[in-house]
Design a binder for this molecule. Structure first.
Ligand code: FAD
Length: 394
């Protein structure tokens, strides 16, 4: 095992693979000098998981063996990073210490099901569902088909999450499913946040969708416990601290999430637990040989693959400048994209930047749901992801 690489990439997810591919295609002298450290056997296209949960996509189509996505010219170490020392420029994985000249951190976000008592015990049984775990996404659709009466509760935590609108996707498609099948099932949305969406235009559009569809939605309600056997959910009001219990026939949980705990003592994280980078250059605020993008970074935008797509060319250009002893001059403007299905076949396409002003790429009003946006998400995005983005094309 080699003990030094010019570039080490932590994490072989959307951000890690796409930046490694792009820098290798732009800077040929890095060939065989890029190491990607990633423990997983498989690489996942996570944005398709809500589609699996609504019966619109096959689970197996959402993953490929990791070895198939490692770019030519990069080496893959199948291991979990255990420690990073940015002063010595060393990474420890599998007990081996490897040094680097430059580091990209793309470790993603950590799911914290432990914050909800009973969640780990009951997910996959008693119609307790989540679209955030590959092994349980199909169970969401199975439960939906089996829910003939009663109610479905869809939850969203107060914390930052990846796939920022996946709960709303589930909410609307499930509402459509029960209506299409003429079922006497009520749909409820419980969010730990104090607003539905952070950009007014889309917030207004989502609220009017919920009201038109008679969806019972409540804010500031954080799920804290699932009693799967009794089919009860316990919520805590994030403003008053009061708790209350609600019955459910089916529940779909988005868990609280946080930054990479493995970096806790590395000096790389900010006080909120995210990799502390400049929001425009993506270079670390203290260690100028370290860059970060995607879900593990402190970039203050909604954590989406659509954001990674906009971040990756900027990061790569800045890193190349840094490698040439220049100041990073390229700037990421916070752009992100959040597709929200409002029913089977219709979708709102949210796009905005750091200033929270919509930056829509089509000439259509993207806050209105459209068939073409749904088809784009369902059929075009996977192709763009597997064949363009992972090859470093933004
Ligand atoms: C249910 C769901 C719905 C979503 N919907 C959308 C959508 O509609 N549109 C959209 O754009 N995005 C969506 N996303 C979000 C999107 O998938 C992420 O924002 C994107 O994958 C972020 O890329 P990343 O590289 O930061 O993290 P990831 O792609 O999650 O990659 C992180 C990688 O780090 C690895 N890793 C973790 N710990 C270690 C360690 N200790 N050592 C080494 N490697 C490690 C992991 O194995 C993983 O491969 C959704 C996500 C989910 C789960």
């Amino acid at each position: 095992m080699r003990k030094h690489y010019r570039l080490i990439v932590l994490g072989g997810g959307a951000g890690g693979i796409s930046t490694a591919s792009r820098i290798l295609s732009k800077k040929k002298d890095l060939k065989d000098d890029v190491l990607i450290i990633e423990p997983g056997d498989y690489h996942y296209f996570q944005p398709a998981w809500p589609l699996v949960g609504s019966g619109e996509e096959k689970l197996e189509a959402t993953r490929k063996p990791t070895e198939k996505v490692i770019p030519k010219g990069a080496r893959w170490m199948q291991a979990a990073v255990e420690n990073v020392d940015p002063i010595k420029r060393e990474v420890t994985a599998d007990g081996t210490v490897i040094s680097y000249d430059y580091l990209i951190v793309a470790l993603g976000i950590e799911l914290n099901y432990d914050a909800i008592k009973g969640a780990k015990e009951f997910i996959g049984t008693n119609s307790v569902c989540t679209n955030y775990l590959y092994d349980y996404v199909e169970y969401t659709y199975e439960s939906l088909k089996n829910t003939k009466t009663g109610n479905i509760i869809v939850t969203k935590p107060r914390s930052k999450i990846k796939g920022g609108v996946s709960a709303e996707n589930s909410l609307f498609t499930m509402d459509d499913f029960v209506k299409q099948h003429d079922r006497n099932v009520d749909i409820a949305f419980r969010s730990g946040r104090n607003e539905i969406f952070e950009v007014k235009k889309y917030n207004d559009s989502l609220i009017s969708q919920m009201e038109e569809k008679h969806i019972d939605y409540k804010l500031n309600e954080e799920l804290i416990e699932v009693k799967g056997d009794e089919k009860l959910a316990v919520f805590k009001n994030t403003q008053t601290g009061e708790t209350h219990t609600a019955p459910f026939e089916m529940i779909v949980i988005t868990p609280p999430m946080h930054g990479p705990s493995v970096l806790k003592n590395s000096g790389l994280l900010n006080e909120d637990g995210w990799v502390d980078v400049d929001k425009h250059t993506m270079m670390h605020n203290k260690y100028t040989t370290v860059f970060s993008l995607g879900d593990s970074s402190s970039l203050p935008t909604v954590k989406m693959g659509g954001a990674v797509r906009k971040q990756l060319p900027v990061l790569v250009d800045n890193l190349i400048e840094r490698m040439n002893d220049q100041e990073p001059s390229h700037k990421y403007d916070g752009r992100t994209a959040c597709p929200i299905a409002t029913e089977y076949g219709e979708l709102i396409l949210v796009e905005f930047g750091y200033d929270r002003v919509p930056t829509e790429t089509t000439f259509l009003n993207q806050a209105d749901d459209k068939k073409i946006f749904y088809q784009f998400k369902k059929n075009m995005l996977p192709i763009m992801y597997w064949y363009a983005m992972l090859n470093g094309k933004a």
